[in-house]
Design a protein around this ligand. Structure first.
Ligand code: ZN
Length: 658
């Protein structure tokens, strides 16, 4: 364990709360201590209230904040003495506890305080730090966990048996702390859950955490239970793997009742783990700390039989639900973690971000399981305890906080010619609706065009079948499949009359605008066919299809060919629940092609001002890339659910088309 504490940085903090933020972030940046919203911290501060009286406040981490990125506003100020009074009640229901926490804050805009707030309040130290340190749970999740913890830490820690977080845990900690703490006590271990440290200063509390976890690490190292270098593995790749991924995603989405992202993590480490002969034992015990269950479910799925997994999940629910205090409705019975000898680790979520959180958690869980196994056997909490957290209203609230999912959440779209103009606008419209988007372009700038976990930019020459199928494999590895395909890439060569049009030029246009799209459609078909809500293809065509212009023979013929290809596809693919529609934009000037100079020259050629030229259509309106992209996105949505084989102008009205 490494302490990141820097006295100079701490001295630059202007008050205790800022120092609390500083050391909370130090904890948060070490992923072996806390992951994605796990852990919490607090500081007790005396402040003057509105009457000018001194008042003791507990600033405790607010729910929904990550320690790594927390700010002063992420701490909820709760009246300390009130919390300490609450701790003496014989019982307090979860909803009432949350009500009491929220109504005894001194800032209306503060976040909901951590459910562990009362526990923080009863510990008689200004600073309290709590983590789910890998090294600690590696030891507590073993058959002799408690004895080992006592052996390592002696009287420096108070040991608390597992109790679900909330009021009962706070009360138990208060009792045990009063009875068992002594002059050497610097922390508290919560078996199968995590560890607390505390101190008079931010530095003392933080460094105690580091040293306590460091002792656990040292113990694991001494007992040959620290590092397990994976053996070199053959990582299966290629089209068969991509199709297996898409089939897995289709099956999981079906059981979930909504489309999901499935991200594959296949490397020496995950494959070594998934291929272990004892995998069916070690990976089927339960999560390392109970709050992981809301992300990962209690157990990973071994192999790809989603129906059997769902059946077992229903049995788990049916067995434990009657023991719950109130009636619960079952969550979807689909897995979130898949361990497969060929696929490695697959992480599942409603979004790419959710899937990545699952992967991070399981990455640490593999370490914890391997270490605990080396110590004598990984033993997680009984299913009942995990169920209670999985179906705990307060944990469910954390997930619900995400609000209503955007239209294309969990769906995957691929856009060609995505680096500029209409293609780029299509990427934006799809991202704005929550889709995971794969952007392909010949231009390398596509790779870093957008940030965010829902975006994957790949440089790709669409006339190369090999490059495209590689890009497709890469996309499926990242997101699990394909739901929407936007065929946008194309070239528009300069004007040339037929008598001067050479065969090479003609073939080049046909090759890019027509042949490449046939290859794309053919290669994407097996994936679109597996799309949970049905596959959708939108072809970005041209006004030139219904109303060709002189001097653009190759372009007009290629786009007309593509239009006809799309219509045939609509006929052939309807049975596969794939819709395919075309858009015919005209005079979209906000693209790279149309510089100010070109626009001015063209306008002058027709004796029009630039504005007149841009709005030279029936509605006298300007058509932008964004307009085209928005219509494309709607064509992929429920509004067009019963439309296929259509071709729709988006041109402000053109008298030749009408
Ligand atoms: Zn905790």
């Amino acid at each position: 364990m490494h302490s990141y504490w820097e006295d100079a940085a701490a001295a630059a903090c202007k008050d205790e709360l800022e120092r609390r933020v500083y050391s909370s972030r130090l904890l948060g940046r070490d992923k072996t201590l806390v992951l994605h919203g796990g852990g919490n911290t607090s500081v007790k501060i005396s402040e003057k209230n509105i009457f000018g009286e001194e008042e003791q406040l507990l600033y405790v981490k607010g729910s929904g904040w990550d320690l790594e990125t927390i700010e002063t506003g992420g701490f909820a100020p709760v009246q300390l003495q009130y919390l300490q009074r609450l701790a003496k009640l014989p019982s307090l229901s979860d909803p009432e506890m949350v009500n009491q926490l929220v109504t005894h804050q001194t800032r209306a805009s503060a976040p909901v305080p951590s459910v562990e707030a009362i526990l923080h309040a009863i510990l008689p130290y200004p600073y309290v730090d709590h983590t789910h340190a890998d090294a600690i749970v590696s030891i507590t999740n073993t058959v002799d966990g408690e004895a080992t913890i006592r052996e390592i830490f002696g009287d420096t820690l108070v040991v608390i048996p597992y109790v679900m977080p909330g009021f009962d845990l706070a009360r138990l900690c208060a009792e045990r702390f009063a009875a068992e703490s002594g002059s050497n006590t610097i922390g508290m271990v919560l078996l199968n859950h995590g560890i607390f440290s505390f101190g008079q200063s931010a530095k003392e509390s933080y460094e105690r955490m580091i040293s306590l976890v460091g002792r656990a690490e040292a113990y694991l190292k001494q007992h040959g239970a620290w590092e397990f270098p994976p053996e070199e593995q053959l990582v299966p790749t290629g089209n068969d793997i991509s199709r297996a991924m898409a089939a897995l995603r289709a099956n999981v989405s079906k059981v979930c009742g909504f489309p999901v992202i499935v991200s594959r993590h296949a490397n020496d480490r995950t494959l070594s783990f998934a291929r272990r002969p004892d995998i069916a034992v070690i990976a089927q015990q339960g999560p390392a700390t109970p709050d992981h269950v809301i992300r990962t479910k209690r157990l990973p799925m071994l192999g790809r039989d989603v129906d059997t997994y769902a059946e077992q999940y229903r049995a788990y629910f049916d067995a434990l639900e009657p023991q719950a205090g109130e009636r619960k409705s079952m969550l979807d019975p689909a897995p979130r973690v898949v361990l497969d000898a060929e696929l490695g680790l697959c992480a599942i979520g409603k979004t790419a971000k959710d899937a990545d959180i699952v992967a991070d958690i399981y990455d640490h869980t593999m370490d914890i399981i391997l270490r605990a196994t080396a110590l004598g056997g990984y033993q997680a909490l009984p299913a009942k305890d995990i169920f209670d957290v999985e179906y705990w209203d307060l944990e469910q609230a954390k997930l619900r906080k995400g609000g209503k999912a955007p239209q294309f959440a969990g769906e995957v779209a691929l856009v060609t010619g995505a680096a500029s103009g209409i293609g780029k606008a299509c990427v934006e419209s799809l991202l704005a609706r929550g889709a995971a988007v794969i952007a392909l372009d010949l231009d390398a700038s596509v790779v870093s065009m957008k940030q965010g976990l829902n975006f994957l930019g790949i440089q790709c020459d669409l006339t190369s079948e090999e490059q495209f199928t590689n890009a497709l494999d890469q996309s499926v590895e990242r997101f699990g499949g394909l739901d929407m395909l936007v065929l946008n890439a194309g070239i528009f060569p300069g004007g040339c009359r037929i008598e001067a049009l050479n065969t090479g030029e003609w073939q080049k246009v046909m090759h890019i605008n027509l042949d490449a799209n046939l290859m794309l459609m053919r290669e994407c078909h097996p994936f679109l066919k597996l799309a949970p809500r049905g596959g959708r293809v939108v072809v970005i065509g041209s006004k030139n299809v219904p109303a060709p212009g002189p001097g653009a023979a190759a372009y007009s013929a290629s786009k007309a060919g593509l239009n006809q290809l799309a219509r045939v596809a609509a006929l052939e693919w309807g049975a596969d629940n794939i819709r395919i529609n075309s858009l015919h934009p005209n005079a979209v000037f906000d693209t790279g092609l149309w510089t100010e100079d070109v626009l001015a020259a063209r306008a002058k050629h027709y004796g029009l001002s630039v504005q007149e030229y841009k709005t030279n259509n029936v509605l006298k309106t300007e058509v932008t890339s964004h307009d085209v992209a928005e219509l494309m996105a709607e064509m992929c949505g429920p509004l067009f659910a019963k439309t296929t084989g259509a071709w729709l102008p988006v041109d402000g009205g053109n008298d030749r088309v009408i």
